[in-house]
Design a protein around this ligand. Structure first.
Ligand code: C6P
Length: 407
């Protein structure tokens, strides 16, 4: 049903050597690899119908506009949006969060209001809220993370009151792998009148997403972590919310009519897409969505649970290792961060690199989380559809070599 070895053949980079060894790519949390279908779709656009969108009344421009809008429809269906008009293309998750913080935030947040985020957020879902609070006089509060890597929901309950206007929470931690109980968080936030933004940068690529069932208000994610290209991200929000939000960036394409005295904004979603968009990248994302749909997102998630279960078991045999985050694969995703005694994460990563094993070392743009665990850095392996248990064995063997060298 889920033939990883067949899937790997769709990813040309996986047959390239790294440092003279077969590439073992365990850094999909940072950016995933791209299948041929995505690479070729972008190549075909540039070779056969490269033109700007929504502007030209000629064949290739109309074809480009149709392909761009088709990608939006595919993306909307992928997350079960009510309407394609709710899907805004941005450059990445970071830009999507900033769009909400500047547009919705500036119009709806004022002095005395509270924004709740969490201690496990990526900086992209943290710094924009701190900056919004600094501009408006609001306060940011954080749901604490327990030593086991879960959100402390009792503390969340204590924070909730009518001053809370927004809860901004990850759908899957990029360090701990934790999948927070979004249903409960969203229900409780809505009960006090707060909106909820879900950072789906890690969750959308790895599990089925249904914004209607979830009942969140904003969802943000990046194309490059879900087999798509860099330079394309998504903001989904309910149409009523988007309709009331002022534009973020202004200029071409986001207007209906301009005079020297003012202008009328364009309809959704274009009101939020000023200037020439990332056309090839949006088309590539549409093909990535097709690829993931063909695999089946339930199967993608099942494969990830299998890999994480094996990784937790195999890596825990490595002497001196400490793995962070929940030990239950059912409530975590495929990012596994760890420390190896006192050996610095950069040394661990450098030795692994010699074996062709690519992992990420550092704070993974989650410095407050590392502070909480009193860590400077961790090493992180992250898995995706093309990874195999044999690659986890390779990682474990590499770590055993690190211990021999630095032991
Ligand atoms: N995390 C990682 O190695 P951008 O860079 O805008 O596409 O995505 C930002 C982002 C937001 N939220 C979460 C949960 C993320 O994991 C990321 C990106 C990468 O963990 C690169 S820092």
């Amino acid at each position: 049903m889920f033939d990883t070895h067949k899937i790997r053949q769709d990813f040309p980079i996986l047959s390239q050597p790294a440092n003279g060894k077969p590439l073992t790519y365990l850094d999909s949390g940072a950016s995933s690899q791209k299948p041929l279908a995505v690479i070729e779709a972008m190549d075909v656009y540039y070779r056969q119908y490269n033109a700007n969108v929504h502007r030209g009344i000629y064949q290739i421009s109309e074809k480009a506009s149709a392909a761009y809008e088709q990608a939006r429809k595919k993306t909307g269906r992928f997350i079960n949006a009510r309407s394609w008009r709710e899907v805004i293309f941005t450059r990445n998750t970071t830009e999507s969060v900033n769009l909400v913080a500047f547009s919705w935030g500036q119009a709806n947040i004022s002095a005395g209001d509270v924004i709740i985020s969490t201690e496990m957020e990526h900086h992209a879902n943290l710094v924009p809220w701190q900056q919004l609070a600094a501009r408006t006089g609001a306060t940011v509060k954080y749901i604490p993370v327990t030593q086991q890597g879960y959100l402390d929901l009792d503390a969340f309950d204590q924070m909730l009151n009518s001053s809370v206007k927004l809860v901004a929470v990850t759908g899957m931690s990029n360090v701990l792998g934790t999948i927070p109980p979004l249903d409960e968080i969203i229900r409780k936030a809505h009960a006090v009148g707060a909106l909820v933004l879900v950072d789906g940068a890690q969750s959308v690529p790895h599990m089925p997403t249904d914004v209607q069932a979830l009942d969140c208000d904003f969802l943000v994610f990046s194309g490059h972590k879900m087999l798509g290209p860099t330079g394309i991200g998504v903001l989904w929000a309910r149409k009523e919310i988007l309709a009331d939000m002022p534009p973020f960036l202004t200029g071409g394409d986001m207007i209906k009519k301009v005079t020297l005295n003012g202008c009328d904004w364009n309809d959704l979603p274009w009101k939020f897409e000023a200037g020439t968009p990332s056309i090839a990248e949006a088309i590539g994302l549409g093909y990535a969505v097709d690829y993931l749909n063909a695999l089946g997102m339930d199967n993608v998630r099942r494969h990830e649970i299998e890999l994480v279960s094996y990784a937790l078991e195999r890596l825990s045999q490595v002497e001196g290792i400490r793995i962070y985050g929940p030990q239950d694969p059912a409530v975590r995703g495929g990012a596994v961060a760890f420390t190896l005694g006192n050996i610095h994460a950069h040394d661990v990563s450098a030795v692994l690199d010699g074996d062709g094993v690519a992992v990420r070392a550092g704070h993974h743009c989650a410095m407050p989380l590392h502070d909480k665990f009193e860590l400077q850095a961790t090493t992180r392996a992250s898995f995706y559809v093309y990874n195999t248990p044999e690659e986890i064995d390779k990682l474990a063997q590499g770590l055993e070599r690190v211990i021999e060298l630095f032991g």
